[in-house]
Design a protein around this ligand. Structure first.
Ligand code: ZN
Length: 247
């Protein structure tokens, strides 16, 4: 079985691995929402494009209707004008003349309306072209963004697998009772079960430990917990002594 110093080192490694795994898993969990946000931008650009296209098509429909109506109405006026010559009474002549004038005025205003629609059509077309370009840009950006997310997700999964391998190796250094204690504290202490003591400060809660405990920690041959945060503590200097200076 490993020495207590080795066990403390293994616990320290488990802690680092678990924190890193947690970070990677959090990033992986965020991927679906990030994908949705990227896709949402394309949906919005497509909606803007479709709306603009709808306005252009509406303009076309109205212009076609006006053209059709105008052709019919002009035909009618022509027929009425032909009939004027056959009319016998001045009274009937005046009545038909009045109808013709009204029809001509209506046609004139319809013609004006058609011209306005024609003028607006160019602007609608230019706006549609612009929305099309924006949609294309959004689609390109989304393609790149989604590819990047896929790459990051694959990398995250690979890191998790590597961390799981390292964790299994580190866990063999710690006996089951100590591992259970570690897991138990980790659950209750926001994922951090092991903390180094630097100087006389516990790095888990940033409070000082009693001097006698500091002395015990220097020996690194027992498992101690912080009296304040109840995390497993070890002396950073005793467990990982600085490498001797190379001459
Ligand atoms: Zn503490």
């Amino acid at each position: 079985m490993s020495s207590l110093r080795e066990k403390l080192r293994a616990l320290e490694e488990l802690q680092q691995i678990d924190l890193e795994s947690h970070e990677v898993r959090t990033a992986l969990d965020a991927v679906p929402a990030r994908r949705a946000a990227v896709e949402q931008k394309v949906l919005e650009a497509r909606r803007a494009y479709d709306e603009q296209k709808g306005r252009l098509e509406q303009n076309e429909r109205e212009r076609r209707q006006i053209d059709l109506l105008l052709a019919m109405e002009r035909d009618k006026v022509k027929k009425w004008e032909g009939r004027l010559g056959e009319i016998k009474t001045p009274r009937e002549y005046a009545a038909l003349s009045r109808e013709i004038d009204i029809a001509k005025k209506t046609n004139e205003s319809q013609g004006e309306q058609g011209k306005l629609l024609q003028a607006a059509y160019g602007e609608l077309q230019a706006a549609l072209e612009q929305k099309g370009e924006l949609l294309g840009t959004a689609e390109d950006a989304a393609q790149a963004g989604l590819a990047e997310l896929d790459r990051a997700a694959a990398e995250g999964e690979a890191r998790l697998a590597a961390l799981a391998g390292r964790r299994a190796a580190a866990a063999t250094q710690v006996d089951p009772g100590l591992l259970a204690k570690y897991e138990n504290i980790k659950r209750r202490r926001a994922g951090v079960a092991v903390a180094p003591v630097v100087g006389s400060t516990c790095k888990g809660c940033h409070r000082n430990i009693p001097p006698q405990l500091s002395i015990v920690l220097q020996r690194a041959d027992t498992i101690e917990t912080c009296p304040n945060c109840h995390r497993i503590i070890y002396s950073a200097a005793a467990v990982n002594p600085p490498a001797p200076p190379t001459a």
